[in-house]
Design a protein around this ligand. Structure first.
Ligand SMILES: NC(=O)c1ccc[n+]([C@@H]2O[C@H](COP(=O)([O-])OP(=O)(O)OC[C@H]3O[C@@H](n4cnc5c(N)ncnc54)[C@H](OP(=O)(O)O)[C@@H]3O)[C@@H](O)[C@H]2O)c1
Length: 307
């Protein structure tokens, strides 16, 4: 089968021809229809995360997939050949950017009726992280105000919509055509971060979702109310600053959780959440998709189709 392979850190991914994976008794074999890129794939390839996610080469890239079950392991009783599924694979195992993937059955969530595979593949990491940050760690409540940095990105585009659906007031940062996009997604206030310093205009925020780090994170302490929360997806927050501002600041480490993924998929459906797609490219154009994800400029998810 065709698969996107990494042969070492920091070398461009290549299309390889490898054996279709064997499945164990608790696994299913999924014929992959679509898989989504995440910044994580770029960081895994660069080796910057090797301490947390040590890869064994050759490694088949990709964590987020959608497709159809082709074969079920002997112990799997609740899934059948032909079921349409979504899953997030363990980053160390990888395997989503391939024609077939071996998926532990307990990772699987059903694709909602009528949802295209290309959209379903965009859900797991980005929407799961947004949910984990807003509700499991941020305890976002009705009437609170949340500042979401990079509102037009993969995580931000879901976070804006989930936060609005939960009754929060949403402020998002964006630039260029991202400004209209985040407005359409439901942001109550948009800050064009290239022209306006959010730290000069905002105050008394309850929760900040930091998707940028560095100066953006440092300035974010100053816009929170005392006792507010800063959750960073990119760098452990500065403890000294957190204490000085009386902020509960934490790093978000997204962990796959099938119950959460199922909740997220239901919430998407119930709240008409839009899965924002930056571009969908065929498997053979993977290099283009990888370059776009590496640029840091994506509006929503970048999807690779396998067919
Ligand atoms: N810790 C975890 O478990 C975890 C989980 C998921 C994601 N993450 C991390 O979270 C970050 C965001 O993920 P993502 O999937 O949302 O990334 P993404 O989709 O690549 O984000 C792209 C967006 O970021 C915007 N952007 C770039 N610089 C900005 C700035 N200074 N201010 C505001 N917006 C800016 C871009 O808009 P412009 O083109 O207008 O600049 C673009 O729309 C990544 O670093 C990712 O690795 C961590």
């Amino acid at each position: 089968m065709k698969a996107i392979r990494l042969d070492s850190y920091n070398r461009a991914p290549v299309i390889g021809d490898i054996a279709t994976p064997d499945i164990g008794p608790d696994d299913v074999l999924v014929r992959v229809s679509a898989a989504a890129l995440n910044p994580l794939d770029i960081k895994l390839q660069s080796g910057v995360l090797h301490e947390y996610f040590p890869l064994e080469f050759g490694y088949t890239a990709g964590t987020d997939l959608s497709g159809t079950i082709e074969e079920v392991g002997a112990n799997v009783t609740n899934w059948r050949r032909g079921d349409k599924v979504i899953a997030r694979l363990d980053p160390v195992a990888g395997g989503a950017f391939a024609e077939f993937a071996c998926v532990p059955a307990h990772y699987l969530v059903k694709v909602p009726d009528g949802m295209a595979f290309e959209l379903a593949a965009g859900i797991p990491t980005a929407a799961g992280t947004a949910w984990q940050a807003l509700f499991e760690m941020g305890n976002l409540d009705v009437g609170q105000t949340v500042l979401i940095h990079a509102g037009a990105g993969g995580v931000g585009s879901f976070a804006i919509q989930f936060a609005r659906a939960a009754g929060a007031r949403v402020i998002a940062t964006a630039s260029g055509d991202g400004i209209d996009i985040v407005r359409i997604l439901g942001a109550d206030q948009v800050i064009d971060y290239r022209h306006t310093d959010f730290a000069e205009t905002l105050a008394d925020i309850d929760l900040v979702i930091d998707t940028i780090g560095g100066e953006t994170q440092q300035k974010s302490f100053g816009v929170l109310r005392r006792g507010g929360k800063l959750l960073s997806l990119v760098a452990p927050p500065d403890e000294v600053l957190a204490n000085a501002h009386n902020i509960d600041a934490q790093f978000v480490f997204h962990m796959s959780d099938t119950d959460r993924l199922a909740r997220v998929v239901s919430a998407l459906h119930e709240n008409n959440v839009r899965i924002l797609i930056d571009q969908t490219v065929p498997f053979d154009a993977f290099a283009q998709a990888f370059a776009r994800q590496s640029s840091g400029r994506a509006r929503g998810k970048i999807i690779v189709t396998m067919a």
